[in-house]
Design a protein around this ligand. Structure first.
Ligand SMILES: Nc1ncnc2c1ncn2[C@@H]1O[C@H](COP(=O)(O)OP(=O)(O)OP(=O)(O)O)[C@@H](O)[C@H]1O
Length: 631
C-alpha cells in the first residue's frame, strides 16, 4: 500500500518551491503575472463586449430595413484588438515561464550536486547509485514539468477564475451566486480523487527509484550475472519491479484522469442550470437580465469550469512533481558532513637538521600541523605520522558494536599490519582514521592531536589510500595521477609513476602519459589499475598511508610488481596495511590480529609466532584468513 498522502507536507513542499522561485526569479514572476493578467482581462472584457454587442448593437438593429453596420464593425475591431493583446500577453508569459524554469533547474542541479559532494560516506554506503541518480533524472524532470507547465497553468487558471468570477458578479450577481453555489457540490468528490491520486503518485516516484536502483545494480554486476547464468532470474526480478511501477502509475493516472472528464461534465450541468434559471429570470423580468447578459454569462459559465478543470488536469504533474520534489528536498536536507576543525595541515620548510624554518606555499615534502590561538598566534607541530587509538568503540548501526576497545599505537614511520577474518573490522579501523565515520567513544590521536580537532580535508590530505577497489576517472594518465595533487608538475608525475613501477606499461600505451582512459570501462588490467592508483598516491606524497593489499585478482608476476610499488610507497611513512598475504607483512613493526571487532593479538612477527596463538596458526597453516582456522 502506498504511504498516506500528507496534504500538509505537499503544501509545505509546494511552498518551498514557490519560495525558492520567488527568491531567485522575482522580477520574471512579477512580469509573468502581469502578462497573464493582460490575457485574463482581455477574456473578461470580451464577455462584457459580447453583452454590449447584443444589447446595444444587434438587438436594436433587429427589424431595421437599412441598418448601419459601421458602429458594429468598430466594436468588433476593438474586440479583436483586445483579444490580440491577450494573446500576446499569454505568449510573453509562457516564454518567461520557460526561461525561468530553465534557470531554476540549472540552479537546482548545481545545488543538488554541490550538496551531494558535502555528504558523508555513510550516505553513499547506505544507498544504491541508481537510486541517487534518479534524483537527477526522474525527480528533476518532474520538478521541471511542475514549474514549466503545472505552475504556469495553475497560475493562469487562478487569475482566470478570479477575473471570470468578478465579471460574472458585474453581469448578474444572482446567476453568479448560482454558479458558485453549484460548484460547491463537486468539491468533495474532486478532493477525494485528488488525495487518492497524490498517494499513488508518491508511490510511483518511489517505485521508479527502486527500478532505477535495480537497473544500475544489474549493469554493474553484469559479469557476475553471466558467470552464474542468472539472466533469467534478473529478468524475473526486473519484471517484479516493473510490475510494481506499472501498478502505481496506472492507479495514479486513473485517479488523476477521472478529475478532468468529471469536471467537464459538471460544467455542462452548470451551463444548463444557468441557462434555464437565467431564461426564467429574464422572462419574468427579475434582475433586469437582458439577452446580451445571458449570452455573455453563459460564455463565462463555460470559462468558469474550464480553468478549474485545467488546473486539476495539471494535478498529475503537480502530484508527481511534489513526490519528486519531496525526494530532492529530502536529499538536500540530508545533513552535510561537518568539516570543522581548527588544526590545519601546511607544507613547511626545514633546515638540514630538520628544524622548522617557515610555512611554505608550495609542496616541500615536510608538513606541520598549524593551529591559530584566539590571539591570532600560530603554533606549528611537526608532522611525524604517529597514530594512537585509545579505547575506541564504534558501531555503524546503533546497538550493533563493530569495534570494541581498540587500543594501539603506530609510531612515526612504522608499518602496522591488520589481519583477521573477513568482516572482523579491519577496513572499519581505516574508515575511522579517515573520519568517514565518527567513533562512538574513545579517542584517535594523530601526533598527539585528537583527529576531531583536525580540519577534515587536511586530515584526509595527510592520509593516502590505495584500495583494492581502484577508481580511475575519464581523462589522461597525467590527469588521473595528478588527482593525487593538482599542483604536481609533469616531471613529478612521471617520477612518481617510475617509483610505483607503472612507467613501463604507461609508456607502452599509445600516447604514453597522454593516453586517455575512458572511466571504469578502460581496457586496463586490474594490476595496471592498481599500479596507477599507487602512483597517484605517490604523487600526493602523504605522510601516512593506508594500503589495502592486492588479492589474488592479479597474477603472481604482476603481484610482485604491485608489491614492489607498494614497498616503494611505504618508504619513510607510517603505513597501515590491510593484509591478505601473510608473507608480505612479516617485517611489520606491529601486527594487529582483529577478531570480531576486538584486537585478539598484537606484536611483531617474532613475538606473535612465539606466543603460538591465532597468528602462529595462520602462518603455520599457511592461511590468509583467520576464519579458516575456526572452520
Ligand atoms: N557501511 C556499513 N554499514 C553497516 N555495517 C557495515 C558497513 N561496512 C561494514 N559493515 C560491517 O562491519 C563489520 C566489519 O566490516 P569491515 O569491512 O571493517 O571488515 P574487514 O575486516 O575489513 O573485512 P574484509 O577483510 O572482508 O574486507 C562487518 O560485519 C560488516 O558487515
Amino acid at each position: 500500500m502506498p504511504e498516506n498522502f500528507d496534504a500538509k507536507k505537499a503544501w509545505q513542499i509546494t511552498k518551498n518551491i514557490l519560495a525558492m522561485l520567488w527568491k531567485y526569479h522575482k522580477v520574471a514572476l512579477i512580469f509573468a503575472v502581469i502578462f497573464l493578467l493582460f490575457n485574463v482581462t482581455a477574456q473578461a472584457a470580451g464577455s462584457l463586449f459580447l453583452k454590449k454587442l447584443i444589447d446595444e448593437y444587434i438587438v436594436p438593429m433587429h427589424g431595421l430595413s437599412h441598418p448601419d453596420f459601421t458602429p458594429l464593425l468598430h466594436l468588433l475591431f476593438l474586440m479583436a484588438g483586445i483579444y490580440m493583446l491577450g494573446l500576446i500577453g499569454n505568449y510573453l508569459a509562457q516564454r518567461l515561464m520557460i526561461s525561468t524554469t530553465q534557470h531554476f533547474m540549472q540552479r537546482m542541479r548545481n545545488r543538488l550536486f554541490t550538496h551531494m559532494q558535502r555528504l558523508g560516506v555513510s550516505y553513499f554506503d547506505a544507498r544504491q547509485t541508481g537510486e541517487i541518480m534518479s534524483h537527477y533524472t526522474n525527480d528533476m524532470e518532474m520538478m521541471r514539468q511542475f514549474i514549466a507547465t503545472g505552475l504556469g497553468i495553475s497560475l493562469s487558471s487562478v487569475l482566470n477564475l478570479s477575473m471570470v468570477t468578478i465579471t460574472m458578479f458585474i453581469i448578474s450577481p444572482t446567476l453568479a451566486l448560482i454558479q458558485l453555489g453549484t460548484t460547491v457540490i463537486i468539491v468533495p468528490a474532486v478532493v477525494v480523487l485528488a488525495k487518492r491520486s497524490a498517494r499513488y503518485f508518491r508511490q510511483q516516484q518511489a517505485d521508479m527509484g527502486h527500478l532505477n536502483g535495480y537497473i544500475e545494480e544489474m549493469i554493474a554486476g553484469q559479469k557476475v550475472i553471466k558467470v552464474f547464468s542468472h539472466e533469467e532470474q534478473a529478468v524475473t526480478d526486473f519484471a517484479r519491479y516493473n510490475d510494481a511501477l506499472h501498478a502505481s502509475v496506472t492507479k495514479a493516472v486513473r485517479n488523476g484522469n477521472m478529475i478532468w472528464p468529471m469536471l467537464g461534465n459538471f460544467g455542462y450541468f452548470q451551463y444548463i442550470t444557468v441557462a434555464m434559471v437565467g431564461g426564467m429570470l429574464a422572462l419574468s423580468g427579475v434582475g433586469g437580465l437582458t439577452l446580451g447578459a445571458i449570452a455573455s454569462f453563459l460564455n463565462l459559465s463555460r470559462s468558469f469550469t474550464f480553468p478549474i478543470a485545467e488546473a486539476f488536469g495539471q494535478f498529475n504533474i503537480i502530484m508527481m512533481a511534489i513526490a519528486g520534489a519531496e525526494r530532492i528536498f529530502t536529499l538536500l536536507e540530508e545533513s552535510e558532513e561537518a568539516v570543522d576543525g581548527q588544526v590545519h595541515l601546511v607544507a613547511v620548510e626545514v633546515d638540514k637538521a630538520g628544524n622548522f624554518l617557515q610555512e611554505s606555499t608550495h609542496h616541500t615534502e615536510h608538513w606541520a600541523w598549524k593551529e591559530i590561538d584566539p590571539q591570532g598566534n600560530a603554533t606549528y607541530t611537526q608532522l611525524r605520522g604517529e597514530i594512537r587509538f585509545e579505547a575506541v568503540n564504534f558501531s555503524y548501526v546503533s546497538g550493533k558494536t563493530v569495534l570494541e576497545a581498540i587500543d594501539f599505537e603506530a609510531k612515526a614511520g612504522q608499518k602496522v599490519a591488520l589481519v583477521g577474518s573477513t568482516g572482523a573490522g579491519k577496513t572499519t579501523i581505516t574508515n575511522l582514521l579517515n573520519r568517514f565515520y565518527e567513533i562512538d567513544s574513545g579517542r584517535i590521536l594523530y601526533d598527539g592531536i585528537d583527529i576531531k580537532r583536525i580540519h577534515k580535508h587536511d586530515l584526509r590530505r595527510s592520509l593516502g589510500m590505495v584500495l583494492q577497489d581502484t577508481h580511475l576517472f575519464s581523462g589522461s594518465i597525467y590527469d588521473n595521477l595528478r588527482y593525487g595533487r593538482l599542483s604536481a608538475s609533469n616531471a613529478e608525475v612521471e617520477e612518481a609513476a617510475k617509483r610505483a613501477g607503472a612507467e613501463a606499461f604507461i609508456l607502452a600505451m599509445e600516447g604514453g602519459y597522454a593516453h586517455v582512459i575512458e572511466g571504469e570501462s578502460s581496457a586496463l588490467s586490474q594490476g595496471q589499475k592498481q599500479l596507477l592508483s599507487i602512483a597517484r598516491a605517490e604523487v600526493a606524497d602523504p605522510p601516512v598511508m593506508i594500503l589495502d593489499e592486492a588479492t589474488s585478482s592479479i597474477d603472481t608476476k604482476t603481484e610482485a610488481v604491485v608489491q614492489r610499488g607498494m614497498d616503494s610507497l611505504m618508504q619513510g611513512r607510517t603505513v597501515f596495511v590491510i593484509a591478505h598475504r601473510l608473507s608480505t607483512i612479516q617485517n611489520s613493526d606491529l601486527i594487529l590480529v582483529i577478531e570480531q571487532g576486538k584486537i585478539a593479538e598484537s606484536g611483531n612477527h617474532e613475538s606473535l609466532m612465539q606466543a603460538g596463538g591465532i597468528y602462529y596458526r595462520l602462518v603455520t597453516q599457511n592461511l590468509n584468513d583467520t576464519s579458516e582456522i575456526y572452520s
